[in-house]
Structure formats: structure tokens, C-alpha cells
Ligand binder design. Structure first.
Ligand code: 13P
Length: 258
């Protein structure tokens, strides 16, 4: 039901994090994606910045390209930073913003995410915005309050007419890189919660926002994830470096009946 009025294409996104050498990036990208998938699926690779030039023509092969962060300013004296316009110039379609690993590494990250999202969208990029609670918050049963605060701070002041550029990745921190994915019930509950928070804030226009899951996604759980109607794709870390795993994940979503 939901799929008919929501962003219709499922997103299968690879977040390579700080892995793979630039010289290895083309062969890995092509071996991750050497299969056919339906028009209902978008496949995306997000390598480190240093690999983007080598991968700038991926779209010719039907694969989208994205980055793992960008700066909130368009240009200027920010040594070591990378702007959204630079990403756009390298044919990026997407940028991941607010990943918990970046929030953890940079104490100021939380303050900047809203500005980064606005700058990225104004530069023509689609945004994969990451939210998710820590294990302590989950144990305290405070995950919904926590996610609501993240959404409110980072997203609720956006104009509704940019929502079609937004994908939200629900990535519980305790599931990232641990081999312990969230249960189907937890995933469904949190996706419905995020959907309803968006609807209260933005009304029906929020139906264009895509909501995906991340956290220990692999070939062994991708059929389960694809069976959850509310899950409109996945953000994959470790398993996106292993061709057979990533291709199985694509296949799970390829076979899903909407
Ligand atoms: P893993 O798939 O390795 O758990 O990483 C998830 C993630 O952080 C994707 O952004």
C-alpha cells in the first residue's frame, strides 16, 4: 500500500567508509554490481572522497555515486574539507550526512548537520540523512524520544519542497558493525515512528521521503529486510565490500513484490 504514494524506487546503498584503495575502486564497484536489477531499484556506491574521480562515470553503467560527508559552506578557507559543489562536479548524486561515526568523531557535527543538508540540497545533491540511537538509549527505552529530537533539530526546519531529495537511514548505533541487526519488529516500529513524525511535521508532502535501514545488513538478513513493507532500501557497510554479499542484498530487493 505504502509504496504507491511514496518514493517508489528502493535504494541499495554501499557505504565503503574508510576502506578500499583508489586503484582498486573501479574493479570493486563493477564486481559489486555485475548483475541486472529492475527499474524499481537504485544502486548507489559511496566511496571515500579520494575515489570519486575514478568512479565519476559510474552512472553510465546505471550505478549512482555518492560521498560520505560534505562541508556546510560552498567554498572558502576550510583546509581539508570538501564542498557539496565539488561533489556535484564529480557527478555525485548523493551525500551521506549525519552518520553516527562522523557524529562520534567530531563533537561539533551535531550542530552542523542541518546546514550541511541545506547546502547539499541547494547544490543539487540528494541527501541520505542518518539517525539512530545508542545501546544505552535503547536499554532505557528512550529511542523514540531520541530519534524525534534528532529529526526535529536536523530536518524539521527544511522547506517541504526539498523533501523529495531526502532519504532517511535509520541506523541504530548498536547494530553498526556488530553483526547484530535490529529485529524485524524493531525496524518496522522505528520506520513507522519516523514516518509518522514526518507526517505530523510536514503533512502529506512527507510521503516522498524514503526511509531505509542500516546496521549489519548482509546476505543472510536481506530477505527479511526486503519483506518489511516499510523498509525502502538499505545502507550497507561491511557487506558492501564483498561482491557476493552485496549482490545477494540487491537480489533480495529485486525480487520483492510491492
Ligand atoms: P555495517 O553494515 O558494517 O554494520 O555498517 C552500517 C553502516 O554504518 C552503514 O552506513
Amino acid at each position: 500500500m505504502i509504496h504507491s504514494d511514496l518514493k517508489s524506487r528502493d535504494l541499495i546503498a554501499a557505504n565503503w567508509k574508510m576502506n578500499v584503495l583508489p586503484s582498486e575502486s573501479q574493479s570493486l564497484a563493477f564486481s559489486l554490481c555485475d548483475l541486472a536489477w529492475s527499474e524499481n531499484i537504485e544502486v548507489l556506491i559511496c566511496p571515500p572522497f579520494t575515489h570519486l574521480f575514478a568512479l565519476r562515470d559510474l552512472r553510465k553503467d546505471g550505478i549512482c555515486l555518492g560521498a560520505q560527508d560534505c562541508h556546510e559552506a560552498l567554498k572558502g578557507p576550510y583546509t581539508g574539507e570538501v564542498s557539496a559543489l565539488m561533489l556535484k562536479d564529480l557527478n555525485c548524486d548523493y551525500v551521506i550526512l549525519g552518520h553516527s561515526e562522523r557524529r562520534r568523531m567530531n563533537p561539533h557535527e551535531d550542530q552542523n548537520i542541518h546546514s550541511k543538508i541545506k547546502t547539499a540540497m541547494a547544490s543539487g545533491l540528494n541527501v541520505i540523512y542518518c539517525c539512530g540511537e545508542s545501546l544505552d538509549i535503547r536499554i532505557a527505552n528512550a529511542e523514540k524520544d531520541f530519534i524525534h529530537r534528532q529529526l526535529k533539530k536536523d530536518l524539521f526546519e527544511l522547506e517541504a519542497d526539498v523533501l523529495d531529495k531526502l532519504t532517511i537511514a535509520y541506523e541504530p548505533i548498536w547494530a553498526i558493525g556488530t553483526g547484530k541487526h535490529a529485529t524485524p519488529e524493531q525496524i518496522k516500529e522505528m520506520h513507522l515512528f519516523i514516518r509518522s513524525a514526518l507526517k505530523s511535521q510536514f503533512g502529506l508532502q512527507s510521503n516522498v521521503v524514503r526511509i531505509i535501514y542500516g546496521g549489519s545488513v548482509n546476505a543472510a538478513n536481506s530477505d527479511m529486510l526486503a519483506s518489511i513493507q516499510e523498509v525502502q532500501g538499505v545502507l550497507v557497510g561491511g557487506a558492501s565490500l564483498i561482491p557476493d554479499e552485496f549482490k545477494s542484498i540487491i537480489n533480495s530487493f529485486n525480487q520483492r513484490k510491492n
